[in-house]
Design a protein around this ligand. Structure first.
Ligand SMILES: NC(=O)c1ccc[n+]([C@@H]2O[C@H](COP(=O)([O-])OP(=O)(O)OC[C@H]3O[C@@H](n4cnc5c(N)ncnc54)[C@H](OP(=O)(O)O)[C@@H]3O)[C@@H](O)[C@H]2O)c1
Length: 318
């Protein structure tokens, strides 16, 4: 099989495409022929930092560090005890989070309970780019914030991977949704169904909104998340995507009488199956705005690293 190994932490030049032996599967596992890979900010964070790599692997040694967690593909082999899947099935999933998912590869081993069947109305390309962002948005909107009909919800980076799913889930729940992005993404964010669009480059969001029930803050900045708390009404909820911000936020949360809920997404075939139900019903859809080929995978990482990606970026494996 072909795979990108991370030779050492650092820049894109450390992703090296190489040929490796196809891994063997154990009981409860499935071997997937990769058709599509999703690229996420965590891929870049783990590539760049030895500390973050150590955190995600829990210090477990890997002969080859292969990045990537999102995948869609075709089941090639199933291990003992796997009953939900058979060779030929079309599947997708977020693999081994926390841990190494190793999806930057033409074949990948997955735990069967981290996969689900790919909806027929989702192409492989779209399916590969869906799991991490959609499952993170699900945890934020449904599991943690439990957004209800009529809630006034502010979603930052509504144009991003997580944000564009969060908008769709919150609208599906019947919330009044305000989405932020820069002007170039206004049309995209409005197409997701937001009730109000805020261009964060024109004016600070806190001068435009107040008395919010729930803020979903995807921005990797403590200062930004503290500003978000200031627009939430007493008794409201803040969902933030950088769980290590907890300590820095606690005093302001307490003073504002706001609940702070940190997200850490985990692999789960069960959650992805629930999301698939909405996708099959045509109620939610990933928006793929850039597609790269396997040979161009470092370019796909560069596009995500820019921080300016719209919707999702996918890598096809032919
Ligand atoms: N805790 C977890 O389990 C978990 C899981 C997944 C992701 N995350 C984290 O969540 C964050 C977001 O992930 P993602 O995949 O959604 O990222 P992404 O797709 O790369 O986000 C890019 C988008 O962010 C928008 N943006 C950037 N700065 C903004 C600002 N100040 N205000 C409003 N929009 C802004 C950009 O829009 P413009 O170009 O218009 O500015 C762009 O469309 C990352 O830090 C990621 O590591 C955490």
């Amino acid at each position: 099989m072909e795979a990108y190994i991370l030779e050492k932490n650092g820049g894109l030049e450390n992703l090296k495409k190489t040929t490796l032996a196809t891994p063997t599967i154990k009981a409860g596992e499935v071997l997937i022929q990769t058709k599509s890979i999703g690229i996420n900010p965590i891929d870049i964070q783990v590539r760049s930092s030895k500390d973050i790599l150590g955190m995600i692997t829990g210090g477990v040694f890997h002969e080859h560090v292969i990045l990537g967690w999102d995948v869609a593909g075709i089941v090639e082999q199933v291990g003992d005890g796997v009953i939900a899947f058979k060779p030929g099935d079309e599947v997708y999933g977020l693999l081994n989070m926390p841990g190494l998912g190793s999806t930057y590869s033409t074949k990948v081993v997955a735990q069967a309970d981290q996969l689900t069947h790919k909806p027929e109305n989702l192409s492989f390309t779209s399916a590969g780019a869906t799991p991490m962002s959609a499952m993170t948005a699900w945890q934020a909107v449904i599991t943690l914030a439990n957004i209800q009909k009529g809630d006034k919800v502010l979603i930052h980076a509504a144009s991003g991977g997580v944000g564009h799913f969060a908008v769709q889930f919150a609208k599906e729940r019947g919330a009044y949704v305000i989405g932020t992005a820069s002007g170039k993404n206004e049309e995209f964010v409005r197409s997701l169904g937001v009730d109000q669009f805020l261009n964060y480059t024109e004016s600070p969001f806190e001068t435009k909104v107040s008395n919010i029930d729930v803020v979903i803050d995807t921005i990797n900045s403590v200062e930004h998340v503290l500003r978000s708390i200031s627009v939430i009404k007493k008794g409201g909820r803040l969902v933030y995507l950088q769980p290590h911000f907890a300590e820095a936020l606690s005093a302001k949360l307490e003073e504002s009488v706001v609940s702070g809920l940190g997200v850490f997404v985990n692999s789960s075939g069960k959650v992805l199956t629930e999301i698939s139900t909405l996708i099959k019903a045509g109620k939610v859809a990933p928006k793929i705005t850039q597609v790269f080929q396997f040979d161009q995978l470092p370019d796909a990482q560069a596009a995500v690293e820019s921080g300016r990606a719209t919707g999702k970026i996918a890598v096809e494996v032919k």
